[in-house]
Design a protein around this ligand. Structure first.
Ligand code: GLP
Length: 262
């Protein structure tokens, strides 16, 4: 794992978008795993800008989102399909048929989980999975005590997640209490993981995920097992990390990162 601390949120966001863009440049038919949430809005704005101004080409890309609320149709403005269309897909040259999210309206939940796993497999697996972190340490919607080998399935959300996400709904009570999510095991099969965490409110849970024990109580801690994982954070989110100086030292001295130094 590498932890890269950037001074500002803007720099953390820019670096995240830059890494994604470089990968797409190298492999135009890139399979990109995407995340939702407030943190990612700026990343999608930056990727959209790169498409507009720097000709970043998504025409051959495929995407797979981590999760979707159960019971929300795609046209509901709180669905993650709506979020993705609004923040990214409508602003870039991606073929929407190549963009995937679990179907929140699926009647057979078990079949939907299997179907999503099949789609990922048929696409050749995910090249890079973008991740945020929930206030309770979740990745996707893998809430505490989710099996670390879990696959795409329906999951009940915790009160902490409800408190975190319900303010985004016009009527907070409309937030579904369940969602489909890729499993921790599904996420771990991505060839590379890129996690972005910003803001002081995430400092404590980020430290637990990165420097704490590997535990299903903080499903983000599973990324400690991934062979190719980069975590990008701003100073505010890095506040509780014990080994900050060590992470900075690696960034300064690792040849791979020289081109990103500011
Ligand atoms: C949701 C998503 C997660 C995301 C989290 C963080 O719960 N399911 O994938 O990491 O939000 O959200 P925010 O960026 O708004 O803090």
């Amino acid at each position: 794992m590498e932890v890269i601390i950037q001074k500002t949120t803007e720099q953390a966001v820019e670096l995240t978008a830059k890494i994604i863009a470089e990968n797409i440049g190298i492999k135009p038919d890139f399979v990109l795993g995407l995340a939702t949430g407030r943190t990612m809005e700026a990343v999608y704005a930056e990727l959209s800008r790169m498409h507009r101004e720097d000709n970043l080409d998504f025409s051959l890309c495929k995407t797979f989102n981590l999760d979707e609320y159960i019971g929300l149709p795609p046209e509901d403005k709180n669905s993650y399909r709506y979020y993705m269309n609004y923040h990214l897909f409508n602003r870039i040259n991606i073929d929407k048929r190549n963009t995937h999210l679990p179907n929140g309206m699926a009647e057979d939940e078990i079949a939907e989980g299997k179907h999503y796993e099949d789609l990922i497999k048929r696409a050749g697996g995910i090249d890079l999975q973008l991740l945020g972190i929930g206030s309770d340490g979740h990745i996707g919607f893998n809430e505490p005590i989710s099996a670390l080998f879990s696959r795409t399935r329906a999951k009940s959300l915790t009160p902490a997640t409800y408190a975190q996400n319900s303010p985004l709904f016009d009527n907070p009570e409309d937030m579904p209490k369940r969602a489909f999510t890729m499993g921790v095991g599904t996420i771990m099969e991505a060839r590379r993981i890129l996690m972005l965490v910003t803001g002081a409110s995430k400092a404590e849970i980020l430290a637990k995920a990165i420097e704490g024990p590997l535990t299903s109580m903080v499903t983000a801690s599973a990324i400690q097992l991934h062979a190719s994982c980069t975590v990008i954070v701003d100073e505010a989110a890095a506040a509780d990390l014990k080994e900050k100086d060590y992470y900075r030292w690696i960034f300064e001295n690792e040849p791979e990162w020289q081109k990103y130094r500011q």
